[in-house]
Design a protein around this ligand. Sequence first.
Ligand code: FAD
Length: 398
Amino acid sequence: MSTTTAAPPATLASDFYGVQTELAPAEQDQVLRIREFLEREVRPIADDCWDRAEFPHHLIPGLADLGLFGAHLPETARFENGMLYRGWVALELARVDPSIATFVGVQTGLTMTAIAGGGSPEQREQWLPPMGRGELMGAFGLTEPYSGSDTSRGLRTTAERHGDTWTLRGAKRWIGNATFADVIVVWAKDVADDQVKGFLVRTGTPGLTVTKIERKQALRTVQNADIVLDGVEVAEEDRLQRVSSFRDVAAVLRPTRAEVAWQAVGLAVGAYEAAVAYVASREQFGRPLGSFQLVQDKLAESLADITASIALCRRLSLLAEEGNQRDEHAALAKSFATTRMRATVARCREVVGGNGIQLDHGVARYFADAEAVYTYEGTRDMNTLIVGRAITGIQAFV
Ligand code: FAD
């Protein structure tokens, strides 16, 4: 278990160009509260939770008290905040624990955003306030065993309406938080019009089976599940009333993709900070590793990757704030930041030597987690194809 008790810094040395200082004073204060909570409550247990693949449920009230569930929604926002703040919070979470960042992302960025965007005013009122308080947990069921990158056209889960009841049949895979969620937003194709609709499926509903995915080697603290829907009945009043096609699902994913780009930066920062600390204390040839030019080269390159990614994500957040963020903007940031993250964690693992593959020395968890962040919310390939379509006007998905 790694332990850290020192007060966290007010600014991060890895925020080389000082972007955090662009946050409003109230946002900066809140970032420091979040940073302090993460250092005190999360960092000391992060490696052990990851090692045992157990989710620390006792953290949920504290995360809720910090306003981390639904900071972007009128029903649940604790104070006025902007897009840069929301991105920065994703960085802070992933810097300490990418699994906790993912957990928060599923609850708020995916599930609450889907209910907020696709739900009726009554559905918003019913679900969002208790989810914001951390009393109800949500999951987002889009990916399927046979449909991952091609969910826009390949979903096989079906929904059939009889009167005021829908019957769902199919399977979902990789669904985060689903083992303990109270509600799962399930996306399924309406057999009548072949369009994707969204359903609020309460866990415990007959016909719904949720099975934890074991033996994962990334984001082990996140509880991902395989789901089977075997004739699950859902009332029409639990269908997301403002979703009529996959276009509405894509609208949910756009801001989430931007948030994952910020997560990637935080993950890279976490690995980089661990590497910087390690090379200061470890000696070889009678000198600290940090005194060798080749080691400094890897650190400088990593800092360049982090700094470029922060600058890119910062502008992406401002585009969203102006209402000018397009799909290809979020896709470019996600693919760039995750690619640079992957290069950074590899370099940081390298300078920690053999100890770099063991949890106790600070970089191994980030190194492994990077693979999942690189893959979810659209793989690098998918996001590159979105950018390629914007450049050429030609879609090259198939
Ligand atoms: P595939 O689609 O099978 O792709 C495999 C490879 O083929 C990839 O490299 C891909 O880029 C490449 N490829 C596919 N099509 C093309 C093409 N046309 N051209 C070039 N290359 C191509 N989903 C949810 O719905 N909810 C969740 O909460 C959730 N959480 C997740 C958490 C974790 C830890 C992970 C790993 C996944 C999660 N996912 C979730 C699923 C995630 O979104 C998918 O894994 C992702 O979209 C990729 O799909 P896939 O794994 O089926 O890969």
